[in-house]
Design a protein around this ligand. Structure first.
Ligand SMILES: [Ca+2]
Length: 173
């Protein structure tokens, strides 16, 4: 092998090595991927709002089923993507996912909602966290829709391996 080829091979491997190792990259995703993920978030946001209108509450941050504590992505899947009984009423599903948008990553029997990289979507019911309002007492407010102009929840993704920051559904104006 000529020396120049050897140097080129080493250089090429050197450049690819961080990618192979999954090291942090400043831009681990493309603009197109970002737009696709925001589209994904927007669909979930619409489903969450439909869920809230239908049931008078948002999905909780914590849920224990069959002795297992569900993650937020599993809670989202259960509340938005399946037919469930709430207050003695059957509701849902509120969103139809494509095959690659849900998977039981942990093998505990509860699928997660996934981002476009196949990673679990993160959900945070901000109000229940702040202790000011929980899904349970949401209905008791005099004017829930007025309160809804505040930011109620976060949906975000940690992005692909190596992403430097989470990707959020933009806050409402
Ligand atoms: Ca699971």
């Amino acid at each position: 092998m000529p020396l120049s080829s050897l140097v080129l091979a080493m250089l090429t491997f050197g450049l690819c090595a961080p990618l192979l190792a999954g090291d942090a990259q400043p831009d681990a995703y493309t603009r197109e991927q970002m737009i696709a993920q925001q589209h994904n978030f927007a669909e979930m946001d619409t489903a969450l709002k439909a869920f809230e209108i239908e049931t008078g509450a948002l999905p909780p941050n914590e849920l224990k089923l069959n002795g297992k504590d569900l993650t937020s992505s599993e809670i989202l899947y259960r509340y938005l993507c399946t037919k469930i009984e709430i207050e003695h009423r059957q509701v849902g599903p509120f969103i139809e996912l494509k095959k690659d948008q849900a998977k039981d990553l942990s093998g505990n029997g509860f699928p997660s909602m996934l981002d476009i990289w196949g990673q679990p979507i993160q959900y945070d019911n901000v109000k229940s966290n702040a202790g000011k309002m929980t899904a349970r007492n949401w209905k008791d407010l005099k004017d829930p829709r007025k309160e809804a102009t505040r930011k109620e929840y976060d949906i975000f993704s940690f992005g692909p391996p190596g992403a430097s920051a989470p990707i959020f559904l933009p806050a409402e104006k």
